[in-house]
Design a protein around this ligand. Structure first.
Ligand SMILES: [Zn+2]
Length: 303
């Protein structure tokens, strides 16, 4: 007997993993799997297992899922993504411009608390991409917190602060900095990854991707990705463009090297490749929690 169980894909992942580990699952081929606006229908087998709370989903059901096309992805409501750099108190020598990238500790804590108090739930890239590609459901008021450039205070300040609220983040690491003073060590990056945060690539030494030629792709992309994979023991699937600078030529180069998506800054996305131009806004050191909230709403809602 076949049972059509409506599951959202996020919740189905552990089940899918369980299914993959079973060898005697009869694989019902699903009809052409479709991405729909809010959820995905997965065909399951063995109603007894469903009743016992352990539904089995044939692995073929997942491999048959077809991602939405670029225009559907582009049209979906964007999820707000914040980008942080340094989290420390301002020093006298910090320039006016630099302070946009340096959030004082108390302000950072107030921003994160505001997000929690306002009912935001942090999501990770796999959830975002599943939503964008397949229309799977997200928690209410989803938001993504990202941290660029490997700064040590992301480990010492941001991670413990997020932990208070059960938040998880994404750390885009430039590998040249690893182990340098005021930057994270490999062990710290591994610890973030083990704690359930996601480690992404932010090149070797922050060179502008638009200028890469030949060997630059190896130095800036391939080797750092390998290093991060060795550190975390996990695939590195997401990339953040240094300075948010990107061009169309870079996208196939990233795809070729196994990336599933890339993040830019606040400028427009590419209509043909929205997954490689996910927008983020920089959470400025000048912002109060209220300014941050207004900026989130203005930048991501209704676009
Ligand atoms: Zn950067």
């Amino acid at each position: 007997m076949k049972n059509n169980l409506k599951l959202n894909l996020k919740n189905a992942f552990p089940i899918i993993l369980a299914a993959l580990s079973l060898i005697n699952v009869s694989c019902h081929s699903t009809t052409e799997a479709q991405s729909v606006s809010d959820s995905v229908n997965l065909t399951t087998t063995k109603s007894d297992q469903i009743e016992s709370g352990k539904p089995v989903i044939a692995a073929s059901s997942i491999s048959n899922l077809k991602p939405a096309n670029a225009s559907v992805i582009f049209a979906r409501q964007q999820v707000p993504v914040l980008c942080y750099h340094q989290i420390r108190n301002w020093r006298e020598k910090d320039s006016k411009g630099a302070k946009d990238y340096i959030v004082p500790i108390a302000d950072f804590k107030a921003q994160i608390k505001m997000l929690a108090d306002s009912g935001y739930h942090t999501i990770l890239p796999d959830q975002l991409f599943s939503y964008l590609k397949f229309g799977t459901k997200l928690p209410s008021k989803p938001i993504m917190l990202t941290y660029d450039d490997t700064d040590l205070d992301q480990y010492t300040i941001a991670a413990p602060e997020m932990k208070k609220y059960g938040f998880k983040g994404v750390f885009f690491v430039m590998t040249v900095s690893l182990g340098r003073p005021n930057y994270m060590s490999k062990t710290q990056v591994k610890s973030l990854s083990d704690d359930g945060h996601i480690i992404g690539s932010h090149t070797w030494d922050h060179h502008n991707v638009k200028k890469y030629q030949g060997e630059d792709w190896v130095t800036q992309i391939e080797k750092p990705t390998k290093t991060l994979k060795e550190i975390t023991g996990k695939e590195i699937k997401y990339f953040a463009f240094p300075f948010g600078l990107w061009n169309r030529e870079a996208i196939p180069e990233l795809k070729k090297r196994g990336f599933e998506g890339a993040f830019v800054l606040a400028e427009k996305r590419d209509e043909n490749d929205p997954l490689f131009t996910i927008r983020r806004i920089i959470a400025s050191g000048y912002w109060t929690p209220r300014t941050l909230h207004n900026s989130l709403v203005n930048s991501f809602d209704g676009k």
